[in-house]
Ligand binder design. Sequence first.
Ligand code: NDP
Length: 427
Amino acid sequence: MKTSRIPGFYNKTVTERRELLQDAQHLSANDSATFNEPLSTETADKMIENVIGTYPLPLGVGLNFLINGKEYVVPMAIEEPSVVASASYIAKIVREAGGFTTEATERVMIGQIQVVGAPDLDAAKASILAEKDSLIEDANAAYPSLVARGGGAEDLEVRILNEASDSAYGKMLVVHLYVNTCDAMGANIINTMVESLAPTVESLTNGKVYLRILSNYADRCLARARCVIPANLLQSGDFSGEEVRDGVVHAYEFAASDPYRAVTHNKGIMNGIDPIVIATGNDWRAVEAGAHAYAARTGQYSSMTTWSTDSKGNLVGELELPMSVGTVGGAIRVHPIAKVAQDILNVESAQELAQVIVAVGLAQNLGALKALVTDGIQKGHMALHSRSVAIAAGASGEMIDIVAGKLVELNEIRVGKAKELVEQIKK
Ligand code: NDP
């Protein structure tokens, strides 16, 4: 049976890890070979402007993820140490508790059309709504292939902003076009659709259309993850499971009520989310923007996750976020490693990808909170960071692990100390 539980993976060489993933049927031989030719300068030159090279990031895999009963090996592109280890560690605990459960809404993205200068905003709104069906039809005519896939524009609403404003610039009408983008993130699809509607909207409103673009506040494209963990699985060193559980809930309440803490709490969640979004060739700025806006939807910026206890004393964690990611389109079709990452993940749809991403975000949050309420974040983090410090101090080859080990032993994980050690070893 395909499993994401691969004991000892951490201690293997990179080549051995690739072989293990191949043995466990998470990586094909072809995909493995792609790591030798990740992204050519030639391809990069076609992707953006003024290219002078490429910028590689480490690609690791989060292990142990059991989500809705399915095993996932999660590709994660990130430069920060301890993230991949922490995600895998928490996923192991959660799988013992039965794994994550996730769900996702229909994938409806929003396109906005801004109309200014309409002489009568209410009349303009009524005119647009009277033509709603034909506007939706026109939008779909601009992208028939999406309709053929079962998606397309589904609905339309009109909002009036700043009706009472005295400013000539403030008053406006905003048309929202709701589009099922199937397995694409949908920015280009939606932009094409809303641009095609602009002339009709102008003539219906007697106003002028300025902006015609996707909204990254994808609150109709949500994914949710949940885990329920018996307290005994949370035991850590001298800390009982109940102590850890209560500490996590206290930490959550802090983030829920204080933006200064919430931002850092949420950054920890995005530590899990961004690496998969990046690895799979998706637009992480779009996901970041939508996630943080959603965290402020009540008017106060707050925790993206919730942590509580149930009547049996279990720790219950939940995460719901807009997740505007795709399994097709954008950079996904051109970046060779994005394709490999999608193959490793083995998701069948964008909806499934979105669910895996929020499950990893939830795991990452628990990893950080568990460390914070027990030993503190630095112990594990700095031990893993020590190798980067050793490299920064000039260590190479076998010397890296020797210097890193010594830094941990001395509990002095600083570049200055590492330089001293490198000099000593070289003498
Ligand atoms: P694309 O423009 O690549 O469109 C996706 C394409 O995938 C469609 O044209 C469709 O082509 C094809 N396709 C194949 N299979 C499917 C399927 N199952 N479901 C849906 N489409 C399918 O990408 P997006 O429209 O998704 O736009 C994403 C890009 O836009 C990202 O690179 C993002 O960075 C960028 N962007 C983001 C903005 C923002 O976030 N504000 C603004 C502007 C751009 P066909 O139907 O013809 O086969």
